[in-house]
Design a protein around this ligand. Structure first.
Ligand SMILES: [Zn+2]
Length: 125
């Protein structure tokens, strides 16, 4: 049981690091700027300048974080397939918390929802 808890902590920390790195790396690749790491309580984020990016590019940078988490979970499944239920559970919980546009906190889902509501993201093209 202790091993499982430790593995969950390691994967959760790796997911957080990969999530923020995903936002930062894609922003840089698209021409934006990484301004630093932002910590508020137990919430960690990155400060980015996306002024030079199109709205569609900003949407992709928002999606890059959850996608990076998926890659971490995929690696965890490859390394320890017997714990796939734990890896999928932690990914599901993270995505529910982060991609649901709660509106109360500026999570990725809320920001994507706001872009979509303003018509800035056209999912049909
Ligand atoms: Zn994010």
């Amino acid at each position: 049981m202790l091993n499982t808890v430790l593995m969950l902590l390691v994967v959760a920390c790796a997911m957080v690091a990969a999530h923020e790195a995903g936002h930062a790396l894609l922003t840089r690749a698209l021409g934006g700027r990484f301004l630093g790491i932002h910590v508020r309580g137990f919430l960690v984020g990155v400060r980015l300048s996306v002024k030079t990016l199109s709205t569609r590019q900003v949407a992709w940078t928002l999606a890059a974080g959850p996608f990076a988490e998926f890659l971490v979970v995929l690696a965890a499944i490859v390394i320890s397939p017997k714990n796939i239920h734990w890896w999928l559970l932690i990914l599901a919980l993270q995505w529910i918390g982060n991609l649901t546009p709660w509106g109360l906190i500026p999570n990725d889902g809320t920001r994507l929802w706001q872009l979509w509501r303003r018509g800035a993201i056209d999912l049909t093209s």
